[in-house]
Design a protein around this ligand. Structure first.
Ligand code: SF4
Length: 484
């Protein structure tokens, strides 16, 4: 998962991209980059990329070089080559004058890469990055043609024919234009917006989430549709075309965990979706006749669902699992043991409030179960009489091939286990998961990707199995998700 943002039409574009990335930081913390375009001079690209959080990659001094009327940014969540600076984005193709930032995962990457490898010696990034491969396909089709809308859309058409998987892409051109496109199933989010400056100029943007554009005060926000390509000139002229739309399958995990609660995805508010997930879970708890004293959220993502559960069950809502906000990168520690210790350092229970209580502990999801197991232990040590875990998300039993980092079924706590077995494994009195029907109802979508829950995926995944296996071998430090 990554965050992308492109802005065109303002000398503030580099700053807007920077502040946009700050609002997309939750989508990736491994590194980031900004590419700027000054279309008044030839070769007017400036690129800065670095590892770590956006605020550490860029300083005030960075913006002495990063000037232009268009800019493109990326915050990286690495699924492969985490520490490799060559894989940081945006990528730039000097030949065509196109910069690209990608969020998603190309399932048939290895097959496509091998085809390219057979025809010559590709650059190193191309061998390891599906995003570099997308830029390569675009550049190959465009060649030395002028960067008109027609030429760009034809190159996107070729991309959509070749690529299998998830891709939400933002690009900038040497002319200071921006363009974006989204895979035919719309698995990852992509939105666009525009606004008018006090001087009357039109500024346009494309970004992963509405929160980034709302923060920057864009006022005409629109979803880029599944399979749609959008080209926006530096003067703000917008051209849109549905290139190849198939059954819409937005990733359910965006609402459940990944997206910022202030965002909207597929025109459904993340906040409201999480609230409804809680209400539906509460109904389930009522039907089971479970009696408890408190509802406790696992910070941060589950808070909205937990509020809904507490309201619906008329129970006290207590934030008594306290997060140390300065310990937030559990995944940088190698090995299972040190990861567990990091989780323990990250969360602290207020023992006096847990003592003798029957507690409903609400989390957004239970994936590997490391966090859940530690939380149950902490809460029991704090004196809780009964611990029932509620998950806003159904059981994750299958890999994700579209960019979320849980590739191997054997790592998943729900893989080939019943609810009772999961509870036993986690040390809880009971574990209750959201149902798939409840999930669909809460997200208000006719069709979603819930492949990691059902094992039914919107695209062919056969070639992705090779990728998942390679990732598993490459990976030394698997967990990135707070609940993993
Ligand atoms: S498999 Fe799961 S995490 Fe991956 S895109 Fe589909 S719903 Fe999202």
């Amino acid at each position: 998962m990554c965050g992308v943002i492109a802005v065109s039409g303002s000398h503030n574009s580099p700053y807007e991209v920077y502040f946009g990335l700050m609002n997309l930081q939750h989508r990736g913390q491994d590194g980031g980059g900004i590419l700027t375009v000054d279309n008044t001079r030839t070769g007017g690209f400036q690129l800065q990329r670095g590892s770590g959080l956006i605020e550490n990659v860029f300083s005030e001094r960075s913006f002495k070089n990063l000037k232009g009327t268009a800019a493109l940014g990326h915050s990286r969540y690495a699924t492969i080559g985490r520490d490799d600076p060559n894989l940081l984005q945006p990528f730039l193709d000097y030949g065509t004058g196109i910069g690209l930032a990608h969020n998603g995962n190309i399932v048939n990457f290895y097959a496509l890469r091998d085809e390219i490898r057979e025809s010559g010696t590709p650059p190193r990034a191309l061998l390891e990055s599906d995003s570099a491969l997308i830029l390569h396909i675009l550049a190959d089709e465009i060649g030395d043609k002028p960067l008109t809308t027609e030429v760009i859309f034809q190159a996107i058409r070729i991309c959509m024919k070749k690529l299998v998987g998830s891709y939400a892409i933002a690009c900038v051109t040497r002319d200071g234009d921006i363009f974006g496109f989204r895979d035919p199933h719309g698995i990852r989010p992509l939105v666009m917006g525009r606004k008018q400056t006090p001087e009357g100029d039109i500024v346009s943007a494309i970004a992963s989430e509405t929160v980034a554009l709302s923060f920057l005060e864009y006022d005409e926000l629109e979803e880029i549709q599944a399979g749609e390509a959008v080209h926006i000139s530096s003067k703000g002229v917008v051209t849109r075309e549905i290139i190849d739309q198939q059954s819409k399958s937005p990733c359910m995990f965006e609402w459940v965990y990944f997206a910022r609660v202030e965002s909207e995805f597929n025109d459904v508010s993340v906040y409201h979706a999480r609230f409804r997930l809680g209400l539906i879970l509460a109904e389930h708890v009522k039907k089971l006749g479970i009696e408890v004293d408190l509802v406790v959220p696992v910070p941060e993502t589950s808070r909205i669902s937990a509020v809904a559960i507490a309201e619906a069950l008329k129970l006290p809502f207590r934030e008594i699992l306290i997060k140390n906000r300065y310990v937030n990168r559990t995944f940088i520690l190698e090995g299972q043991q040190s990861r567990k210790e990091a989780i323990r350092r990250k969360l602290f229970p207020i023992a006096s409030e847990f003592k003798g209580k029957r507690c409903l502990i609400v989390d957004d999801s239970i994936v590997r179960g490391n966090t859940a197991q530690q939380i149950v232990k902490l809460v029991r040590q704090a004196g809780a009489k009964e611990v029932i875990l509620l998950s806003s998300c159904p059981e994750i039993r299958h890999p994700c091939y579209y960019g979320i980092d849980f590739p191997s079924p054997v790592e998943l706590i729900a893989h080939e286990r019943t609810e009772a077995q999961i509870a036993e494994e986690l040390g809880a009195d009971r574990v209750i998961f959201q149902t798939v029907e409840g999930l669909k109802e809460a997200l208000q979508q006719n069709s979603i990707c819930a492949g990691c829950v059902t094992g039914i995926y919107p695209t062919d995944i056969e070639s992705g199995k090779q990728f998942a296996t390679k990732r598993l071998i490459d990976r030394q430090v698997p967990a990135k998700h707070s609940s993993f």
